[in-house]
Design a protein around this ligand. Structure first.
Ligand code: AMP
Length: 278
């Protein structure tokens, strides 16, 4: 496994791969890797010869009041995990090389699919995500990029962006990985105490119970959302909660086989997101 830090290095790495007719699958991350991230590597291996992972905490997708400074960073652990899981190349640039002028840089604006859910509660977020990804995609020159369903809206927004911009890359989704108690794995779970982790498991309990309620015949979306709220531990403050058509992320008149429940909330100021196909 090789570790690259500069723009020149990653460009020549991609060029070498192309010359050798090797396909590349790219897994962008912000590090503090867990089994959810590592599962993306295993998905990526099914598609390409070479796996490139980036580890870059992207300042511009955090609002000033958010946790950029305290976001968990653990390079030694991450590099070891990448090596063991079969990553070919880890790209770890610094902020200055990706944004030579952080006060004035070219931005990508997302389509309407970014408006609800995370886009409504974090208005800067998707533009920050797309603005870094287009840069990384141009550097890595990957044939495929893999994203987790944990961030389902992010996957949809990126796919739409690549379609709209005619980007020569296929966007692949990979299943959401959970802890044994059902909590969606997340780098931010490192902030949680054991007591918090127990409380946070009620998110998956509520998601699964709501799915069961739908499968037993309840299709009224308001009733299903009330049902979810009643299952959720009261220490969790809901940021957003909705059931949308997963193909277009828009509201429906009633719950159908295309519906997905989306949740974001705060537990002791730690933001947790999750979703489940109903
Ligand atoms: P992040 O480092 O949080 O920006 O996430 C990098 C990638 O890992 C994104 O594609 C996420 O959707 C994915 N990811 C994060 N957590 C999980 C999880 N629990 N299961 C599957 N994918 C995940």
């Amino acid at each position: 496994m090789i570790i690259l830090n500069t723009i020149t290095e990653i460009k020549s790495f991609s060029l070498e791969c192309k010359k050798k007719h090797k396909t590349i699958a790219f897994v962008p991350t912000m590090g503090a890797l867990h089994d959810g991230h590592l599962s993306l590597i295993n998905t990526a291996k099914q598609y390409a010869d070479i796996i490139v992972m980036s580890i870059f905490v992207n300042r511009i997708q955090f609002a000033p009041h958010e946790d950029f400074d305290s976001y968990p960073r653990d390079d030694e652990h991450d590099l070891n995990a990448c090596k063991v899981t079969g990553v070919s190349c880890v790209f770890m640039p610094n902020t200055d090389s990706i944004y030579p002028n952080i006060d004035d840089y070219t931005k990508i604006e997302a389509s309407n699919i970014a408006k609800p859910l995370c886009g409504a509660s974090r208005p800067h977020f998707f533009s920050g995500v797309l603005s870094v990804l287009v840069r990384l995609f141009n550097l890595v020159q990957a044939d495929y990029a893999v994203f987790g369903e944990k961030d389902f809206q992010q996957f949809a927004v990126i796919k739409q962006c690549c379609t709209d911009l005619f980007m020569p890359i296929s966007i692949i989704s990979s299943p959401l990985i959970r802890e044994k108690n059902g909590l969606a794995m997340s780098s931010r779970n490192r902030y949680l105490s054991q007591a918090d982790i127990d409380i946070a498991s009620s998110i998956y309990t509520a998601l699964s119970a709501t799915k069961k309620q739908y499968r037993s015949g309840e299709t009224n979306i308001d009733n299903l959302l009330i049902f979810f709220r009643n299952q959720l531990h009261q220490s969790i403050h809901i940021d957003y909660l909705d059931i949308l058509d997963e193909r277009i992320l828009e509201k429906q008149e009633a719950c159908t086989e295309n519906s997905r429940l989306f949740f974001a909330g705060f537990l002791n100021n730690i933001r947790l997101i999750d979703n489940l196909k109903l």
